[in-house]
Design a protein around this ligand. Sequence first.
Ligand code: ZN
Length: 531
Amino acid sequence: MIRIALFGQPGSGKSTLAQNIAERLHARVIEASTAVVFPIAAHVKKLPNEETLIEQLRQLSKRKSFASREDAMNMFDRLRLKYGADFIARALHELFLENSKQPTLVFSGLRGIDNAKYCRLHNDFVVYLKVDDQTAIRRLMKSRGYTKQQAVDELKKEQVLYQTKQIEKIANLVIDTTTMSIDRSAKLIEDTIKQWNQMCTHCVNTARNPAIRFMKNGLCHICDTYQTHFDPTHLQEELEFLESFIGTGSNDHDILVGLSGGKDSTATLLSIKQMGFNPLAVTFNLGYLPRTTMPRSKEMAKLLETPHEEIDIRSYIRPIDHASYEKTVALYEKPFTLETKLAFQKAYAEGRKHYSVKCKHSPIFVRTCQLCRRMVIRAYYDETLKRGARAIVLGINEWTNLSAAQSGKEYKVSGVRKLQPYKNKPAVYVFHLPFLLQRTSRETKAMLKKIGWTPPVGEDFIESNSNSCLFARSTERMAKRLLGFHPDSTRLAREVTVGFITKEQALKALGKLHPYKDTPREVLRKAKILK
Ligand SMILES: [Zn+2]
């Protein structure tokens, strides 16, 4: 459902514009005064607690309500004083969000910065209609029959009580109705909302994610980059490179395989065995794996007759990573307000700049997987070398080095990442095997069926990262609410991009929220990372 919330000073043209938008988008207009203020002014003598009042409003919506303009204005003020300056927005959301059959609602006649903040926090599309005072005064004199002084007073009162002009700073869209006609304004809102709701024609990336751009062909820039640079012969060469490691280990094993016991890693281990490797299965642990991960990994390693090691990688947490854990958890403890939402969106964009392994900063990682990645990548390198091998294979279904493509250099879609942090030490290669094999989830499923693997009870075949990590799970709900999109959507989008899963499968996995009661801090305390 799309909700548009129109704000502006008296005389900015809200009501006329609301009607125009409603016709364009087949939307229903809900006037705050008609839906909330008039019924209360007409029927409720003594104001009860908020919950009771909203229940009364539900009943009153079936009756006719007459109140004078003056009574309504007084009631506006009384409601604001008793229930807080964002009461009208809360009431409208309570009354119209559930059970509304209309795909689009236009809220009009709400007043003030606090109502606007509430609407923006709850993912309404907030439009602020700007108008210069002279025009507003002229319009009020004409439409309400005010004298000039009355119009001036009205504007002054509005500004003192509701600070309406401040909405300009938080609105999704600002329109100056002094100069722009109603028709053009409505068209601009329609077009902007269309962009705001855009989803890639191929994958599940949306315009809500500030890191995603859209191309003229309707693809997101990730899908577009992939399709431009994909070359199957290059992947064939990389597979041959992988096979060149067979029999090369200086100890017992020629390769490591990351194993979680889930579908992708289990199928990967099976393929590596079939290719003729002598692998060691490893499960890296930062202390917040779900309880089932270790027993399942052991069970799968046993089933595939492969030695298995659990590797505690908490020793890879540096002071700068520790500071990131602390800051990230602190952000997740903030109250659910618009300020927190804006801080989240800023931190999300910022975290993406510190994705590099070489990064020496301690940013907040709204997407917790980016934080874990810092430790995990360094562990891939050290632990692989320690065991006398030069390659580690992962059950990752997407390609590597996307950032190289975006930097505009000569680029080939690749399934191998070279890790060489020190020039005088050997490189370790990380292979994304299912991607190199261009496998689909259907093929993985068929392979696993043969060896008797099925998803554990309550799990789907396709899941977001929070299924396999308690830290991600503890942050998922809040991150999704505050970002307006699932924090793991970029990863699942890429699985769609490469054809591993379908768009429908990704949307289903992203729509699911994993029930979990521990807070991020509790998860990290249990993992002995934070005190
Ligand atoms: Zn896409």
